[in-house]
Design a protein. Structure first.
Length: 144
């Protein structure tokens, strides 16, 4: 797999939600989902959505991928990069801006239910579960 070196192949931007909740007994928990292709644990993310602010697009991804609804913060708490695998075998370098989403509820059904696993983790366990080093740091520093 190689990163595309075509002229004008600028880094692509994606927006992600970092869903979290506060529990009286367990403290703060972070929600991760699996990617559809590889089954790796990730946070909900996707491409910009026309006429939607970045934080709103991130919240939309969290609803579609994990069925969660809540209060998303307008300011990003960090960004990380990863290689998105394309169907043709190439990889596209993506920069992902992360927006915290305090989860208020999870719907009973959502567009990608059954296509991904969804699981709550402690922040330390979530950080240990994701692959991207910078994302690990963002999760560990999640403002409570």
């Amino acid at each position: 797999m190689s990163v595309s070196n075509k002229p004008n192949s600028a880094k692509r931007v994606q927006y992600a939600a970092l869903p979290f909740r506060r529990r009286r007994t367990a403290g703060t928990e972070v929600l991760l989902v699996t990617s559809r292709q590889t089954g790796r644990w990730i946070i909900p993310k996707g491409w910009p959505i026309k006429r939607k602010a970045p934080h709103t697009a991130a919240a939309q991804e969290a609803l579609e991928e994990a069925g969660v609804v809540g209060r998303v913060r307008r300011r990003s708490i960090g960004s990380y990069q990863y290689e998105k695998r394309l169907k043709n075998g190439d990889a596209l370098l993506c920069k992902v801006q992360v927006f915290p989403l305090e989860v208020e509820r999870q719907e009973r059904t959502w567009p990608e239910k059954g296509k991904r696993k969804v699981k709550w983790f402690s922040p330390d366990k979530a950080a240990a579960t994701v692959d991207e080093v910078v994302l690990k740091d963002i999760i560990r520093k999640l403002p409570g």
